[in-house]
Design a protein around this ligand. Sequence first.
Ligand SMILES: [Zn+2]
Length: 329
Amino acid sequence: MAQYVGVGKPAITLVSGRDYPRDWNQFLDWFADEGACVSYLEQLRWPEGFVCPRCGAASEPYRSSRGRLMCRGCRYQGTVTAGTMFDKTRTPLRTWFAAAWYLTNQKFGVSALGLQRVLGLGSYQTSWAMLHRFRRAMVRPGRERLNGKVEVDESYVGMRAPSKPLTGVRLKSHTPRSLVAIAIEAQEPKGFGRIRLRRVPTASETYLLPFVCGAVAPGARVYTDGSHAYRSLSKHGYVHHPRVHLGSDDPAHVSMPGVHRVASLLKRWLLGTHQGAVQPGQLDYYLDEFTFRFNRRTSRSRGLLFYRLLEQAVATQPVTYHRIAARRA
Ligand SMILES: [Zn+2]
């Protein structure tokens, strides 16, 4: 998981047209060149003014013509992107910004191929790695756990295997499946709140108990099926409501409508937007993106999502292409 280096941001009301672009035309006005993008990132990374990453001194740095900042105290030199997700990138910041804008303005996101086409990127790998870096910025650390009435269950998610014949032997096509634990706030009288998702190796207590403890605040009412995996939830501070399915008169989509809905949206998204091209080892990051989108589905402004994504991106540590690609298997 991505590590965050940012500090708590002051709670301010963000305004469209002031804090983030209102629309694409304004986007083009604001981010006409690299310098404009650098200034915007600086504002996001240090909303109260520059803070030296090395000595912690907060004072206006010396500036060189090439966008380097130098601490007046310890003489540390760096750029606004150093130590963030954009560290040492060879892709212009304008392109990163356009990718973030496109990614957050498409309701269902975008595939690597789709992004490559719309931005005219030179290679599929560049596009693929950009999207993966953004996914690593989509989960905010220290986010609040789910509360109130929460449904918890697991669902299998299918992903098509790459159909590359090995050594001339035609392999039987099979669909790798991953088990995903799902938690969702059920609002009363109706509707749903936020979700949390995690890939788990099996539906056992070993994996599901830590998932619930990490995703749901103690004191919440947790609705599960009658599985043994959830038997000790009340000992962990939850008001547990296990439901035992007897016969076919109480199918899962009736007793757990939230989990059922999320599971079917997730499957459709993986097979639709991403055309089933997700590798099991990469699924965690797609779950992060799905969660980011789902939890902000009622957001009035797409521009606000763009702001949040970049804000979290400058608080996300660098990750190499090698490390991203290593999780392909
Ligand atoms: Zn310093």
